[in-house]
Design a protein around this ligand. Structure first.
Ligand SMILES: Cc1cc2nc3c(=O)[nH]c(=O)nc-3n(C[C@H](O)[C@H](O)[C@H](O)COP(=O)(O)OP(=O)(O)OC[C@H]3O[C@@H](n4cnc5c(N)ncnc54)[C@H](O)[C@@H]3O)c2cc1C
Length: 469
C-alpha cells in the first residue's frame, strides 16, 4: 500500500490530503521559501500521532510537524517529500489547575485562546507573540516564541513545565512535569526551541501567570530614534524593567496609523510603547521614572493611556504592524536578530546603510527592551532580482548584529532561513555537540531533516571513551 493509503487506514480519507491544491497551500509557512509536501495529515489524538510516526518511518518518509504555519524561518517547510503533520485539531484545553496555576493543553491550541479561556480566573498565559491570535502553543514551544510581554516574564521556555513528546520510535514520553524541581536532565529544555527536530509535541503543561493588580501604558515620542534607543538602555540601567518596551520608527508608525488609527504620533522619528505592571504604587512611580528618563533624552511627548480602551488601541496598533506593511508592497522580509541594548543606535544606522546600498526600503518595529530587532523590508518578489537583493541585505544585517555582540535570532528560530549562518555564532565543537544531542533523540533523521543545523555539523568522531584506569 502507498504511504497515503496506510495513513488513511487509521485516520480515514478525510484527514489525509494529497491533492495538488492542498499540497500547494501547505508548501509554505510565514517565511519566503516553499518545499515539497507528499501528504498532509490532521491527527486528533496522541495515539494517532504515534501511528503516523510509525507509518512514516516504515515508508522511509520524513515527518515535519506544523502548527498554524505562521513561522517566519521556513521551519515547517519540508526540504523533500515528507509527511506534514498538522496539529491544529489537537487544540483542547485538557485541564486548568487554578490553585497551582498550570494548564495542560493540546499543541494546536491558539495562543490567545488560552488567555481568553482563563481570563475569568484573573490569569493569563504570558508569552504573547504578535501573532498570538493565530499561532499555536506547539509552534510556540518548538520556536521558543517571544512577544512584547516577554521582557519581564521571559520567553516560552520560562512558561513550559512539561511536554508530552512522540519519539522517533513511536513511543510517548513525558519530559518535565508539575513537580517544581524535577530531577534528572532537563530534556524539556532541549525540546523547547528545537523546531520539530527531536519529536512531535502532543501535549504541553504551561505555567499560568496572575494578572497584575495595576498596569499603566505609556507612549513616548522622539525626534530622533537615537534618543528613543538611549531611553531604552537608560530605563533598564535605572532598574526599571517594564512588562513590555516596544519601539517603532516613523515609516512604521505612518503605515499603522493609516490602517489601524491607533493614535500614534506620525510626526515622531521614533515611538516607544511601554507597559508597566505590578503593585499600583510601584507602577505609578515607575511610569514617572520612565517619563523623566525619556524627557532627559529629549522626548517630544510622554503620554499615559487615559483608560484601558486607549491602551488596547495602542497595543492593537503595535501588534498589527506587520499586516500594515501590505499597504507598501505584496511581500516583506522580516528580520529577527538580537543586539546588546547599548548597541541599538549603531545597529539601526547600519541597517539603514545596508538597505540603502541594496536599493531597498527598511522600517523598524521591535522588542527594544530585550534588544530584539525586527528590521522589515517590503518588496515585490515578482520583480526580477529583488528577492536576491533582499536575501543579501538580510545576511549582512545578521552579520552586523553578530559583530555587535548579538545573535542570529531572538524568537523566530533558525529553520532554513538562518541555518547556514549558524557558524557565525557557534564553533564546530558547539555545532557537533548539538548534532550529537539531536542524534540521541533521532538517530535516523526522521524529524524535520535539514533544519537548524548546517550540513556537516556532526564533524568529529570521538570514538569510544577510554576505559577507566
Ligand atoms: C504577523 C506575525 C507576527 C509574529 N510575531 C511574533 C512574535 O512576536 N514573537 C515570536 O516569537 N514569533 C512571532 N511570529 C512568528 C511565529 O508566529 C512564531 O514563530 C510561532 O511560534 C509559530 O507558531 P505556529 O503554530 O505558526 O508554528 P509553525 O509555523 O507551524 O511551526 C514553527 C516550527 O515549529 C515546529 N512545530 C510546530 N508545531 C510543532 C509540534 N507540535 N511539535 C514539534 N514541532 C512543532 C515546526 O516544525 C516549525 O519548525 C510572528 C509571525 C507573524 C506572521
Amino acid at each position: 500500500m502507498s504511504l497515503a493509503d496506510d495513513l488513511a487506514a487509521f485516520l480515514g480519507p478525510g484527514r489525509v490530503k494529497t491533492d495538488p491544491l492542498e499540497r500547494h497551500v501547505y508548501a509554505r509557512d510565514g517565511g519566503l521559501r516553499t518545499g515539497p509536501v507528499e501528504v498532509i495529515v490532521h491527527p486528533r489524538t496522541t495515539a494517532e500521532v504515534v501511528e503516523i510516526v510509525r507509518t512514516a518511518r516504515n515508508h522511509g518518509s520524513p515527518v515535519v510537524a506544523r502548527g498554524a504555519g505562521t513561522g517566519l524561518a521556513s521551519g515547517a517547510v519540508p526540504t523533500g517529500p515528507a509527511v506534514l503533520v498538522v496539529l491544529t485539531r489537537m487544540d483542547e484545553i485538557h485541564e486548568v489547575d487554578e490553585a497551582s496555576r498550570t494548564a495542560w493543553v493540546g499543541p494546536g491550541l491558539i495562543n490567545l485562546e488560552l488567555s481568553q479561556h482563563i481570563a475569568p480566573l484573573g490569569l493569563h498565559y504570558a508569552p504573547d507573540p504578535s501573532s498570538q491570535s493565530i499561532c499555536t502553543i506547539g509552534g510556540n514551544v518548538a520556536t521558543n516564541a517571544g512577544g512584547p510581554h516577554c521582557l519581564a516574564d521571559g520567553t516560552t521556555v520560562a512558561h513550559v513545565l512539561g511536554i508530552e513528546l512522540v519519539t522517533v520510535d513511536g513511543e510517548v514520553v513525558m519530559l518535565g512535569g508539575a513537580a517544581p524541581d524535577p530531577i534528572g536532565l532537563d530534556l524539556r529544555g532541549v525540546v523547547v526551541g528545537s523546531e520539530g527536530t527531536v519529536g512531535v509535541v502532543t501535549r504541553v503543561l504551561v505555567r499560568l501567570t496572575e494578572d497584575a493588580p495595576a498596569t499603566r501604558t505609556l507612549l513616548l515620542a522622539f525626534g530622533d530614534t537615537a534618543d528613543a534607543a538611549a531611553t531604552v538602555s537608560d530605563t533598564v540601567a535605572a532598574g526599571v524593567i517594564p512588562a513590555a518596551l516596544e519601539m517603532m520608527d516613523r515609516v512604521m508608525v505612518g503605515l499603522i496609523e493609516n490602517w489601524i488609527h491607533a493614535g500614534f504620533p506620525t510626526d515622531a522619528a521614533g515611538v516607544l510603547l511601554a507597559e508597566l505592571a505590578g503593585h499600583p504604587a510601584a507602577v505609578e512611580a515607575e511610569a514617572e521614572m520612565l517619563s523623566n528618563i525619556a524627557k532627559a533624552n529629549g522626548a517630544l511627548s510622554a503620554r499615559l493611556a487615559a483608560d484601558a480602551d486607549e491602551a488596547a488601541r495602542w497595543w492593537k496598533g503595535r501588534k498589527g504592524a506587520f499586516g500594515a506593511v501590505a499597504q507598501r508592497a505584496p511581500d516583506y522580509y522580516l528580520h529577527d536578530t538580537v543586539v546588546p541594548r547599548s548597541r541599538l543606535v549603531d545597529i539601526l544606522g547600519r541597517v539603514h546603510e545596508i538597505a540603502e546600498r541594496h536599493d531597498l526600503e527598511v522600517m523598524n518595529v521591535f522588542h527594544a527592551g530585550d534588544g530584539n530587532l525586527h528590521p522589515l523590508m517590503p518588496f515585490d518578489a515578482a520583480e526580477p532580482g529583488t528577492l536576491e537583493r533582499v536575501q543579501a541585505a538580510a545576511d549582512e544585517i545578521v552579520t552586523a548584529s553578530v559583530e555587535a555582540g548579538g545573535t542570529l535570532s531572538g524568537e523566530h528560530g533558525i529553520g532554513l532561513e538562518k541555518r547556514d549562518l549558524m557558524s557565525l555564532v557557534f564553533s564546530p565543537v558547539d555545532l557537533d555537540a548539538q548534532a550529537r544531542l539531536r542524534e540521541a533523540f533521532d538517530p535516523v533523521g526522521l524529524f524535520n531533516p535539514d533544519k537548524v543545523l548546517p550540513a556537516g555539523s556532526r564533524c568529529f568522531d570521538y570514538g569510544r571513551p577510554a576505559p577507566a584506569q
